[in-house]
Design a binder for this molecule. Structure first.
Ligand code: XIL
Length: 341
């Protein structure tokens, strides 16, 4: 090889390395080729760290801000809007051709202290309306879908007695979807929850009935989010999960897997690791079979910075990458499943 040729090859290699965000064979490209979204919840620091940013871009084609768009962060006081982290995430996604989910407008947690000033139902409507308008107009065309409301049910199927429910009953939930549709008519609008994924539980039934009533009333809802924070102790009832997904399809609605993680009791045994792998794969197979499921978002990518151990004491190892950012075997099998989609 002569010197010029060698230098050319070297330069091409470096360029390919730099521009490797969309390497044809990357898992992200595989997901895109399969016509699906394979995504991850991220924190602002993830895209500032070169290694982590690279890992995210190569392996996923969608992101969701884990905390950045929640009221406490994006609007800490009535007059202070803190868009900088969200802007950076959206720019990152645009640059790397990733889909963005917006999460979330109505929730009972991580609200800012502005909610303490709510005195009546009109105040609650106004506050949520301002948040929806500000955020959705700013990111119009850049954020594809939003969790308009999150976790509004209790396990027993009653409505959660949140500050929103206290002032507005269910009216605000429905009105928020209308306000969101008006703010960005192209964004898809979702109602998101956990432990309602398998048909037959009080929560799953109440959630389904409420969504059905929204559809019947013409409330502009496009789909429902299944968080899927799962545990190897309980497994998945695949039949009940599919049954639930199909009844939403019958309503004309999409189902997105919005926050997947599968924890195990620590230290995890080999059996737990095998069950976890099987569970992650089952969800991907369901996505492949069910026409109204196309989005597989994981809630964080590494056990190093997971929300799981702090929330479920004694549990962990829930994610697709280990503490050293190394992909677990389950990750490879998910990519293989995507290839055959
Ligand atoms: C969690 C985040 O992962 C944590 O970092 C934060 O401290 C609390 O919220 N359901 C949801 C998410 O809809 O917003 C939650 O995220 C996890 C459960």
């Amino acid at each position: 090889m002569n010197k010029i040729f060698r230098l050319t090859v070297l330069a091409a290699g470096i360029l390919a390395g730099v521009a490797c965000t969309a390497c044809k064979k990357s898992p992200a490209a595989t997901a895109t080729k399969a016509g699906m979204y394979f995504g991850v919840a991220i924190q602002p620091g993830d895209i500032l760290d070169e290694n982590k940013a690279k890992l995210i871009v190569q392996n996923f084609n969608a992101i969701v801000p884990e905390n950045t768009m929640k009221m406490i962060n994006i609007r800490p006081t009535k007059t202070l809007w803190n868009f900088s982290d969200m802007d950076k995430m959206v720019d990152f996604a645009q640059k790397n051709k990733m889909m963005v989910r917006g999460h979330t407008f109505i929730w009972h947690q991580q609200n800012s202290t502005i909610v303490n000033q709510i005195r009546n139902r009109e105040d609650a409507f106004a506050l949520i309306g301002e948040n929806i308008n500000q955020i959705m107009t700013r990111y119009r065309g850049k954020i594809a879908c939003y969790d308009v409301a999150n976790e509004i049910f209790n396990e027993d199927g009653t409505f959660r007695k949140s500050i929103w429910y206290k002032w507005c009953g269910t009216d605000l939930y429905e009105e928020a979807f209308r306000m969101a549709r008006a703010a960005d008519s192209d964004a898809k609008l979702f109602l998101n929850d956990y432990s309602h994924e398998e048909a037959g539980t009080p929560k799953a039934e109440a959630f389904y009935e409420f969504v059905k009533s929204m559809v019947e009333k013409g409330v502009p809802i496009d789909g429902v989010g299944f968080q899927l924070h799962l545990c190897t102790d309980y497994g998945i009832n695949e039949e009940r999960l599919r049954e639930n997904i199909r009844r939403f399809a019958d309503l004309g609605l999409e189902v997105q897997f919005t926050e997947i993680d599968i924890r195990m009791k620590m230290p995890g045994s080999e059996a737990d690791v095998a069950i976890q792998k099987e569970m992650y794969e089952t969800l991907m197979r369901i996505l492949k079979d069910e026409p109204n499921v196309n989005t597989y978002m994981t809630w964080g990518y590494t056990d190093a910075t997971s929300w799981v151990p702090a929330t479920f004491h004694g549990y962990g190892d829930a994610h697709l990458f280990d503490k050293d950012l190394k992909a677990k075997p389950v990750f490879g099998s998910l990519v293989e499943l995507m290839k055959n989609k």
